[in-house]
Design a protein around this ligand. Sequence first.
Ligand SMILES: CCCCCCCCCCCCCCCCCCCCCCCC(=O)SCCNC(=O)CCNC(=O)[C@H](O)C(C)(C)COP(=O)(O)OP(=O)(O)OC[C@H]1O[C@@H](n2cnc3c(N)ncnc32)[C@H](O)[C@@H]1OP(=O)(O)O
Ligand SMILES: NC(=O)C1=CN([C@@H]2O[C@H](COP(=O)(O)OP(=O)(O)OC[C@H]3O[C@@H](n4cnc5c(N)ncnc54)[C@H](OP(=O)(O)O)[C@@H]3O)[C@@H](O)[C@H]2O)C=CC1
Length: 515
Amino acid sequence: MSMIADFYGGKSILITGATGFLGKVLMEKLFRTSPDLRVIYILVRPKAGQTLQQRVFQILNSKLFEKVKEVCPNVHEKIRAISADLNQNDFAISMQDMQELLSYTDIIFHCAATVRFDDHLRHAVQLNVTATQQLLLMASQMPNLKAFIHISTAFSNCNLKHIDEVIYPCPVEPKKIIDSMEWLDDAIIDEITPKLIGDRPNTYTYTKALGEMVVQQESGKLNLAIIRPSIVGATWQEPFPGWVDNVNGPTGLIVAAGKGFLRSIRATPMAVADLIPADIVVNLTLAVGWYTAVHRPKSTLIYHCTSGNLNPCNWGKMGIQVLATFEKIPLERAFRRPKADFTTSNVTTQYWNAVSHRAPAIIYDFYLRLTGRKPRMTKLMNRLLRTLSMLEYFINRSWEWSTYNTEMLMSKLSPEDQRVFNFDVRQLNWLEYIENYVLGVKKYLLKEDMAGIPEAKQHLKRLRNIHYLFNTALFLIAWRLLIARSQVARNVWFFIVSFCYKFLSYFRASSTLKV
Ligand SMILES: CCCCCCCCCCCCCCCCCCCCCCCC(=O)SCCNC(=O)CCNC(=O)[C@H](O)C(C)(C)COP(=O)(O)OP(=O)(O)OC[C@H]1O[C@@H](n2cnc3c(N)ncnc32)[C@H](O)[C@@H]1OP(=O)(O)O
Ligand SMILES: NC(=O)C1=CN([C@@H]2O[C@H](COP(=O)(O)OP(=O)(O)OC[C@H]3O[C@@H](n4cnc5c(N)ncnc54)[C@H](OP(=O)(O)O)[C@@H]3O)[C@@H](O)[C@H]2O)C=CC1
């Protein structure tokens, strides 16, 4: 009997960010392990021409929710999508919906955020700080609320090397930042952004740190906890291995490597790749929700959901395994063969960017133009290089996160809960996980059919032949130009030709003698 699953039975749960990567895995696990929960309220905005209902329908009918439908056939009735935009005052929730949320909510999981690294500070503050503050205000008016779980990031303090499960204050109070965003114009915000974020690499990590401070300021009144996952990757085991549906973090680079766009990346192979599977994050989150509501710790506990100190893997090992998997199971219609390497200096990075990224893109676009098609590769490559430059900060450093609270919580779980809500990253086999991750990228993100593997391998063989042909042609042209211009090259060429001629004459003469 799982105490955690039992706890969520009959409860009304509010999830923000339920349409996101982590939110969907969280919802799936809740429905699968506690099908008798009362309702899950999700705050959703209409997006990309889809209504709320269409968005929910699409999620529930996706591969991710296949198992849920077996254990909870009436899942459609248990999900209540509430129209909300976290950028608006009171989230633009109708009075009636607001009343329902305030009256019934038992637990809140706050996952919504902007995870873009390059977001304008005003927008990042609005979503990651102001919206958190507003949600806390709403929470304080909920008579039945038992726990508020805030999802932050292990990188909110990435300006430090060793990070404990505590809140590190930012120099400027979040309230002051929120106020200033209301009256400062964009130009001034742009000017002060580097000063405000200080030694953090982007507005994302900075605003997530401010969000934590906002949560801490409410800790006297509410029963709160903060979860800090590191780099969230595809699922490890549940509902099945390798599930992933967006390109954030390493996923996009795995796609780019598999399609042959990514040939070199500035990374430190020995740096710790602090990846954490999405299902581990979700299991910890649900265990924290239970523990916070039932045991009501005296202070707001912070839980690091990281892998580095318990079961470290490095980027070198990860990269090699990604490429090894693509050897066996290639992606379809690759641009070039998957073959990438790590570089460590700025000079070599610039060199390989020019030779391995920009030059092939220019040549391919030239070919597209010649064949009457629209060039697109240079644009795509520029975007990839921009993305690489944004991610580089995280793949050239290592951090140490202490995990006392997470380990303490593990020890409080019954053996059954440790099994059903397993967040023990020590049990994870990295090579197996990465292989499943790559497979998941192919199947669930790119929706490629496994039956297409022989054709994909054939395509890679063709690319290899084109590569050899191209290199030979390039060499011959270069050589021809060289001997036209240099006496030394002509002498070398004369020497090689006469040597070959003599060798052939000798070979012919000796074979004639034998006869
Ligand atoms: C020895 C052998 C070596 C072999 C090596 C080869 C193997 C390679 C695999 C291993 C590589 C490991 C790399 C690890 C990278 C680690 C990242 C760590 C990040 C840690 C952050 C902390 C965790 C968090 O808390 S937050 C969650 C993470 N958030 C993000 O990841 C968001 C990042 N994305 C952005 O901020 C933006 O998308 C940005 C700024 C990168 C680009 O913005 P832009 O406006 O230019 O474009 P978009 O419209 O957003 O997208 C354009 C285009 O790019 C695609 N794309 C987006 N993100 C990625 C990505 N991560 N990788 C690749 N491609 C990406 C996107 O889909 C769009 O494509 P279209 O085709 O145009 O639609
Ligand atoms: N992915 C990762 O590697 C990590 C993530 N985290 C944290 O985990 C949480 C979830 O991240 P993840 O699932 O990856 O992110 P996603 O980008 O996949 O999801 C973000 C969610 O927030 C919602 N959202 C954004 N803006 C609004 C808005 N204005 N109104 C309503 N909803 C909005 C999105 O809705 P919509 O679908 O409408 O856009 C989406 O559901 C975040 O707090 C993030 O900081 C922490 C560490 C690592």
